[in-house]
Structures are given as C-alpha cells and as structure tokens.
Ligand binder design. Sequence first.
Ligand code: HEM
Length: 321
Amino acid sequence: MDKTLLLLLVITVCVFSSSAQLSVGFYGRTCPRVESIVKRVALDKFKQAPTSAAATVRLFFHDCFGCDASVTLASTPANRAEKDADINKSLAGDAFDSVMKAKKAVEAECPGVVSCADVLAILTRDFVGLTGGPTWQVKKGRRDGRISRAEAATANLPGAEFSVNQLLKNFATKGLNLVDLVSLSGAHTFGFAHCDQFSSRLYNFSSSNRMDPTMSSSFASDLKKSCPIRGGNPNLVEPFDPVTPFEFDNAYYKNLLAGRGLVTSDQELYSDRRTRKLVRLFSKKRQRFFNAFADAMDKMGSIGVKTGTSGEIRRDCSRIN
Ligand code: HEM
C-alpha cells in the first residue's frame, strides 16, 4: 500500500477509535447538570460580550487539532505554551474567559469531574446555537492534556494564505476531508480578522497583480479605508461578514460568490473547482450547510482526544494539576 494511503488509514482508525470512547451521556451520573451550567455561562457571557461567540469557536478549532484544552494552558518559565505561538496571539481574551468562567461554575457543582476540553466543546456548541447556527449533541469524555507547546500550534494550524491544496493536505492529516474543510470554514460567517491577515491581498499580492484579482473591487476599497498601506492601527479588526458579523448563517458562502471572502483561504474555496460546487450549494441551502457543519464539528471534536486514564481532569484550565 502507498505510504500516504497507509498514513491516512492510521489517522482514520485513530480518530474513530478515540471518538468511540466519547459519549453524549458521559457525565450522566457524575455531573448530570453540566450542560445546563455551561449554557447559563454562555448566555451571560454572550450578553456581556457578543464577540465571545466567534472567539470561542476559533479557540475550539485551535485546540482541536488534538482536543485536550492544551490551548488554555499558560506558558511557564521553562515552556512556551500553544497560546503564545504567533498564530494564537490573536485568540481573543473573551474566549479564554468564557472557558474559565464555565469551568469555575461546573467545578462548584462537580469538583474534579469535567475536563476543560469538554467544557470548551459544550461552550462552542452553545455559542453557535446562540448566534442562530445549528445545534448538535456534544460527545464527552475528553481528558485534559499536560503538554502544550507553541511549536506544535505553529506546525499544525493552517495559515490565512493557504491554497486549497495546502488546506486539504492540512485537514487530511487530521482525518478531515473536503466536505469538512468547506463546512468548517463556514465558521468565518461571523467574527473578525486583523488587517495583517489580508492586507497583502490589497497591496502586494504578486509581481503581476498588486491586488488579489479574485477580490471584489468595492470590497477591497472598503477594506483599504480601515487598513491603509502604512500607519494603520495593528489592533484594528474587520468582520468576515460585514452584514451580519454576529450571526451564524450561510452569508459566508454568498460572500465568496461575490468575491467578498476576507482571507485567501476563504476566497480560494470558490476559486478552486474542487470546492466551488459545495460553496455554491451552501450559499443556496442554509440547512445543508448547518447539517454538514454540525457533523464536521462532531468529527473535529474527536481529533486526538485523550480518554480513559491518559491526561487528567485539570482543576484550573490554565495550569496542569
Ligand atoms: C481552513 C483554515 C482556516 C484558516 C486559514 C483560518 C484563519 C483564520 C484567521 C487568519 C482568522 C483571523 C485571526 C485574527 O486576525 O484575529 C480567523 C478567525 C476565525 N476563525 Fe478561522 N481559519 C480557518 C479555519 C477555521 C475553522 C475550522 C474554524 C472553526 C470551526 C474557524 C473559526 C474562526 C472564527 C470564528 C474566527 C473569528 C474569531 C474572532 O472573531 O475572534 N476558522 N481564522
């Protein structure tokens, strides 16, 4: 058998066997109210800071190339943790705060029982639902990791300038396929990105094109106003979807059809003929997108999980016990 095929087979078996140990009713006896406790925190946090929803969904993704809450661990003098990798520096404080608050509320009722990784998985599902998106049953039983390395985040996470080839390869190493890639990218239907993540598309795209030719020119003009070539505010963010930036809907795909994808990896999904068909489908059929997204989130939430006796149930999500 070809080496790549063998590797894919091994990954699929690993993802499947770990997800087989997760279950919806995992805390049925040990913490039966866990879901309602987390939901309450999500609601309160969302009222206070609506940006927490998209921020938490992104945090889950960045954790879930090995869903073990390693992304919430703080660095120590001897170790630079994942959250301090360059690619993770823009993860929003409100996402971490949501996890800390939810974990604290759960600990008050069921001390030492529910992992930070499961809290993050439940929170994410709740935030998607609160913003108008689909809902799904969260399988639980993940345990928390004791290792968190900045280099691993840098090596594993996809970059904003990735092509579809690179994205497909990156997702395949985690057992995720083309449908997962297109549906999960739909999370860019809400939330924000910093100018430096897309400004090369506006000013120095390539030797023959200053601007990315796949970008709508009116969209580019709007972005140039907020993100000037020089002297802009590095903290400024632009919405992925300027019309409904706090709503989880299928506007992302409609935007791609109009050349209004914010980062390269978004617009590429419409430029590449392998992914274009699905973009078109999701732009027309919101429910098809919602179903595919829910399935892919379930699948992503099982990647590299620790179950049984590996890892631990952290008491404080920012430190190992
Ligand atoms: C396909 C590859 C992906 C790439 C290259 C990518 C890249 C990015 C970039 C560059 C940002 C902006 C960061 C900033 O400047 O603050 C961002 C934000 C975001 N990403 Fe992704 N992403 C990808 C996939 C995903 C997936 C799979 C999800 C979740 C299922 C996701 C959820 C989000 C969300 C919700 C935001 C907005 C965060 C906020 O407003 O705080 N992304 N992503």
